[in-house]
Design a binder for this molecule. Sequence first.
Ligand SMILES: Cc1cc2nc3c(=O)[nH]c(=O)nc-3n(C[C@H](O)[C@H](O)[C@H](O)COP(=O)(O)OP(=O)(O)OC[C@H]3O[C@@H](n4cnc5c(N)ncnc54)[C@H](O)[C@@H]3O)c2cc1C
Ligand SMILES: NC(=O)c1ccc[n+]([C@@H]2O[C@H](COP(=O)([O-])OP(=O)(O)OC[C@H]3O[C@@H](n4cnc5c(N)ncnc54)[C@H](O)[C@@H]3O)[C@@H](O)[C@H]2O)c1
Length: 447
Amino acid sequence: MNTLTFDTVIIGSGTSAYYAARGLQAGGQRVAVVDQQAFGGTCALRGCQPKKYLVANAEAIAAARHLSGKGITHAPQTDWPALQALKNEFLEGIPESSFNGYRQAGITPIRGRAQLLDEHTLQVEDSTLIADHIIIATGSSPRRLDIDGAALAGTSDTFLDLPSLPPRIAFIGGGYISFEFAHVAAQAGSEVTIVHRSARPLSSFDPEAVTTLLHATAAAGITFWPEQTATSIERSGNGLLLTTNSGASIEVDCVINASGRSPNLGVLDRASAAIKTSPRGIVVNRYLQSPSHPSIYAIGDVADTGYQLATVADRAGMLVAENILYGNRSPLELDTVASAVFTIPNLARVGLSEEEAQRQGLDFRVHKGSTKNWPSSQRIGEAHSFFKVLIENGSNRILGAHLLRHQAAEVINLFALAIKKKLTVGDLKSVLWAYPTYGSDLNNMIA
Ligand SMILES: Cc1cc2nc3c(=O)[nH]c(=O)nc-3n(C[C@H](O)[C@H](O)[C@H](O)COP(=O)(O)OP(=O)(O)OC[C@H]3O[C@@H](n4cnc5c(N)ncnc54)[C@H](O)[C@@H]3O)c2cc1C
Ligand SMILES: NC(=O)c1ccc[n+]([C@@H]2O[C@H](COP(=O)([O-])OP(=O)(O)OC[C@H]3O[C@@H](n4cnc5c(N)ncnc54)[C@H](O)[C@@H]3O)[C@@H](O)[C@H]2O)c1
């Protein structure tokens, strides 16, 4: 048994851990990063980045399709194995460069499964690690489906690595992953169904924008099945039969469970200290510290912050380093979190929803509409679009923006800056944006 001591040990090597480790090392600490899987974490290896390779392909196909008969004659087709090769080329080497990058930076990378024993002690395989502070950055995993035949369903990891594209795919869950992958699969030629348990999918986004996305989703050939909870999956001939609570069933070649992600709390299984958790993760104060165990901090998807986004994970990693080095002084502020679903077109939001602004009793006006008659939509054959901007009366500040259109994931960042910096309609209009661009269309959304 080997005993190693550090100032701080971080469990997990994902994006939140990266920023925490770098910050602590720069502050002079002896830091270790432990991971049981390939180094690099979800975003780089199994999430945001590889996904965008598939999305980029789908966007190219859709762009040509939307202009079919309007100056484009031969629609391109996805070569799925070649697309996978391109994505895998990007992934190759990330785990080793992540591991070696830590070492070169003077941070100790350790491979193995970590188990918390008490507030300062961890077991990693045959080693005991002792540290003044422990940061739990263990991320999240696909939620287990509690239905017959659950093991027949794949996860987002399965979809990202499919060697060939199944002709028929069903996604369980009406969230980010189902919608993004459904659009990818449909553009690549699959027959796609999304099975969702309630009437409204993507519940954190503006309902009108989501309704417009459902029109775009239907136009892309995707079937959306609302108010259907998956109850069983069984083998049927060469395929799978997915049945729902209404008794309806669908035969497909592949089922992907995208019904949400659960925090990875297995790290606490042997802990003598009762670290407080909720179904959303480890309970933390605004400094990302366990309220009952001050030597323990949690960041990223495993922390109960209400978000499972890479940007929130990164920010938490940076702040936790400051809080450990200098005493709790940097709270996690989540007032301006821009978020996008990479469907075709993108769905994006930042700031307050209409409902939230009403609940806060704010005096505001709403600018909303479609861009489909604007040149920026017409020149790309964009048939489905929606925007909604909330502007405070009196101050003329932007309170929230909700976009469903081409490049929405980029344009939402302009609104994020406006909200963060409390810019007014006048401030935004005083900028001479590059024109004609999707960014410059912002002027027409706030007028
Ligand atoms: C398909 C998909 C697409 C996504 N797309 C986006 C996007 O476009 N934009 C966005 O903002 N977010 C996106 N996300 C979310 C984003 O990936 C996560 O919010 C982010 O990666 C969380 O980072 P993390 O540092 O908390 O954990 P992770 O990156 O998940 O890292 C946790 C690490 O901890 C390790 N670990 C767990 N338990 C132990 C243990 N006991 N001992 C040792 N190691 C352990 C794991 O092996 C893992 O490597 C996506 C997620 C998925 C699944
Ligand atoms: N673009 C991005 O930023 C991005 C992309 C992918 C994932 N993510 C992150 O990862 C998280 C997990 O993604 P996700 O899509 O798995 O979860 P999600 O929470 O976005 O959506 C899951 C949906 O599945 C529904 N559901 C649950 N059980 C069901 C059942 N048995 N039958 C039918 N429907 C069911 C839920 O009501 C929910 O709406 C997201 O919340 C997000 O934070 C972000």
